[in-house]
Write a protein that binds this ligand. Structure first.
Ligand SMILES: Cc1cc2nc3c(=O)[nH]c(=O)nc-3n(C[C@H](O)[C@H](O)[C@H](O)COP(=O)(O)OP(=O)(O)OC[C@H]3O[C@@H](n4cnc5c(N)ncnc54)[C@H](O)[C@@H]3O)c2cc1C
Length: 381
């Protein structure tokens, strides 16, 4: 099949690669080159994803994982969650009989590794290029930099503000949580355990992603106004606020020298349909973007790709597109609802919510088979 993928981020690039490996003719259109990964600095870029076990194995099967520099991926073995009033639950890979729960990976490094494999698979890369118009009847796409292309299937992997969705006439619903997420990469004095953790408090959680034994990405969710005011005050104020929050847990630390912090708005949306015109499907953030508090966004996008590729291997397009939507929408919506329950439930000052969380934590902690099941779900198994 002749497939055009619009958007070469983590999801689009992995879709192009998996489809090329399945024997399809693939062209990828991307407007910007992936960011560089410098071997000279150990500083990580701020866009980092927690990729769960199952997706890491899939990326390894695609031949990508081994191409990610070892300095830009880091396995974690434990995940701890603490509620506002101190109830704590820790999950360990060992609970499910695995060495790691998942991996922190620098987005740029993973995207570069995917693109390297795309070249090896002879996927046609059009970059920098951008879509100008799409004729759904004739199944052709016109771009700014090269000849028009024809396609049997076009994948919109162009992120949360997908122009492909708009061109296909697919609407969406969603909202802004009124929060921003500040990410700061730091170097610690003390060695860090291979544990990722998140502590909930009124107004938004804070969390740590370990990047190596003395590096971590610190995450601080607060109202958009509070984060913007903090950033305006500059590096010293940011470091002081982060130190107040995190030093009791990890000792003293410094911001990494380059590219040390930034913040992102927290939004959620879902496309009203995942496909249209019998020839276009939305994949990844183009179809759904989710609150990042449990690091599930790109994991859902990779799962979309696996579903689509597997269905394309056995059925014709007219059957595949509704089947893809049927399978993925239900699972993605369930994850979005779970994130909302965590976001609003853990933020609540209501006693019933607090007791409920304590009860759930105690129930999971005391029932090893249930705990094992939760761990396996977190690993995507
Ligand atoms: C603060 C934060 C932390 C996160 N942490 C995690 C995490 O730990 N784990 C996790 O799983 N997820 C995480 N996510 C979510 C994750 O980053 C996204 O789900 C993921 O990056 C989406 O990938 P994508 O390829 O679908 O979209 P994008 O990354 O948005 O890529 C879209 C691509 O399309 C290109 N494009 C757009 N328009 C056009 C056009 N017209 N023509 C050509 N190209 C175009 C863009 O240049 C871009 O390269 C986080 C998100 C945020 C905001």
């Amino acid at each position: 099949m002749n497939i055009v993928v619009v958007g070469g981020g983590l999801v689009g690039a992995s879709a192009a690669l998996a489809l090329a490996q399945a024997g399809h003719q693939v062209t990828l259109i991307e407007r910007v080159e992936p960011g560089a990964v410098s071997a000279e600095t150990k500083d990580w870029d701020l866009r980092i994803s927690s990729v769960h076990q199952q997706n890491q194995q899939w990326l390894a099967e695609l031949g990508v994982w081994s191409q990610v520099p070892a300095t830009r991926r880091f396995g974690y073995t434990e995940l701890a969650v603490e509620s506002q009033d101190g109830a704590k639950l820790t999950f360990s890979a060992a609970d499910a009989g695995f060495a790691e729960l998942g991996f922190m990976v620098e987005n740029n490094a993973l995207q570069r590794a995917l693109w390297q494999q795309l070249e090896a698979e002879q996927v046609t890369l059009r970059c920098p290029d951008a879509v100008e118009s799409i004729d759904w009847e004739a199944r052709t796409v016109t771009t700014t930099a090269a000849e028009p292309l024809s396609f049997d299937l076009l994948l919109g992997c162009d992120g949360a503000n997908s122009a492909t969705a708009k061109r296909a006439g697919i609407g969406r619903r969603g909202w802004d949580y009124g929060q921003r997420c500040m990410l700061a990469n730091v170097i610690t004095e003390q060695a860090l355990p291979t544990q990722t953790w998140e502590i909930f408090r009124a107004g938004g959680p804070y969390a740590l992603l370990p990047l190596d034994t003395h590096r971590a990405c610190l995450i601080n969710y607060q109202s958009s106004q509070a984060i913007s005011e903090l950033q305006q005050q500059g590096d010293d104020a940011v470091l002081a606020e982060l130190s107040d929050l995190f030093s009791p847990h990890i000792g003293s630390f410094q911001l990494q020298p380059t590219n040390s912090y930034a913040s992102f708005p927290i939004q959620r949306h879902t496309a009203l349909r995942y496909h249209a015109h019998n020839c276009v499907a939305l994949v990844g953030d183009a179809a759904h973007s989710i609150h990042p508090l449990a690091g599930q966004g790109v994991n859902l996008g990779f799962a979309d790709v696996q579903s689509l590729v597997s269905q394309l291997s056995t059925q014709d397009l007219a059957t595949v597109l509704p089947a893809y939507e049927g399978e993925r929408r239900a699972l993605n919506q369930r994850m979005m609802r779970a994130m909302d329950a965590i976001h609003y439930g853990f933020d609540s000052k209501h006693l019933i919510a607090k007791w409920g969380i304590r009860g759930v934590f105690a129930g999971i902690a005391q029932l090893p088979p249930l705990k094992r099941q939760v761990v396996r779900a977190a690993m995507g198994l």
